[in-house]
Design a protein around this ligand. Structure first.
Ligand SMILES: NC(=O)c1ccc[n+]([C@@H]2O[C@H](COP(=O)([O-])OP(=O)(O)OC[C@H]3O[C@@H](n4cnc5c(N)ncnc54)[C@H](OP(=O)(O)O)[C@@H]3O)[C@@H](O)[C@H]2O)c1
Length: 281
């Protein structure tokens, strides 16, 4: 099988390239292709002749999207449409990633795969929802994987931000009114590989590490596992204003896909790797 990963140098992209390394993989990012350009996408991707396109290319700047709406939609909607059209032309399968932010975040019991998404409460979520709709409308054979609160090597993420802030602060304020599912990019990449092994039908999947937590409890768990003594104070989202609103309850319930391990165990592995890397510097 020939696999094309788009967004291959991003946080999840690099793990997907690893996860599919038993296949022939082409790993492209912005330098090789701009997914917002329809002609370029058609020419380059159709010319490549692949069986599976894994699209991780995205504009993931949640606060930035509030200021740059057009850019978010260009990548997260038009870009997805362009890639989906190329996949359809070639009769290739397509894997595409979306987010818990396509839901408003008002369900304490979480969202299932078939719950109708929307309305999103920030521009990033709106643009990702528009991308989901474009994918479904163009209609290649697709696996639409929603995930949440991703962390891993080489990307901007909450875990790294907390660790970095702890170097220069004795006390941190963290919001305690946002609940979600922290997800390790390595685990998500492995689950994506498993989804493509033939046991699972195309469709919508929710793939996150098992369990849920608040940002506040996640921060405390990060420091506990990293052995860092620091005061963490719970605050409300109102007290900690950001450009983009975040959903309050955006747990993704996985009712049909591969099961990922508990979020605490995954976090422990990531933090151990970070500690080892710091020691070997
Ligand atoms: N991070 C999270 O917490 C989270 C949560 C839920 C869902 N997701 C979804 O999961 C997926 C992976 O997220 P991630 O955090 O791994 O993303 P990421 O690290 O930001 O990677 C995205 C990659 O796409 C590239 N890209 C941006 N615009 C492009 C364009 N026009 N053409 C080609 N490539 C382009 C980016 O390059 P530049 O960096 O140079 O722009 C980057 O290398 C995304 O679909 C995201 O929406 C993420």
């Amino acid at each position: 099988m020939k696999v094309l990963v788009l967004g291959a140098r991003g946080m999840l992209g690099r793990e997907l390239v690893q996860a599919f390394s038993d296949e022939e993989v082409a790993a492209w990012d912005k330098e090789e292709i701009d997914i917002t350009k329809e002609d370029e996408v058609r020419k380059k991707i159709v010319g490549e002749g692949v069986d599976l396109i894994v699209n991780v290319a995205a504009d993931t700047d949640v606060d930035g999207a509030e200021l740059h709406r057009e850019r978010a939609f260009a990548v997260n909607e038009i870009g997805v449409k362009n890639v989906a059209m190329a996949a359809k032309d070639m009769e290739a399968r397509m894997v595409h990633f979306s987010t818990d932010y396509v839901f408003p975040g008002d369900r304490e019991d979480g969202y299932e795969e078939n719950d109708p998404p929307g309305p999103a409460i920030n521009v990033y979520g709106e643009s990702k929802l528009a991308g989901e709709r474009a994918l479904i409308e163009v209609g290649p054979e697709f696996y639409l994987i929603r995930t949440a609160w991703l962390y891993g090597q080489g990307g901007k993420n909450f875990v790294d931000t907390m660790l970095k802030l702890s170097e220069t602060n004795e006390e941190l304020k963290v919001v305690n009114d946002q609940e979600g599912s922290p997800t390790y990019a390595v685990d998500l990449a492995a689950a994506t590989r498993e989804l493509m092994m033939g046991k699972y039908d195309p469709g919508i999947y929710h793939q996150v590490n098992a369990g849920q937590t608040s940002r506040y409890d996640l921060a405390r768990e990060i420091f506990k596992q990293a052995g860092i003594e620091i005061q963490v104070e719970p605050v409300s989202s109102q007290e900690f204003e950001r450009l983009a609103k975040r959903p309050a309850f955006s747990r993704l319930n996985n009712t049909k896909g591969p099961l990922l391990r508990d979020w605490r165990e995954a976090l422990g592995e990531y933090i151990n790797i970070k500690i080892q890397m710091t020691k070997s510097k």
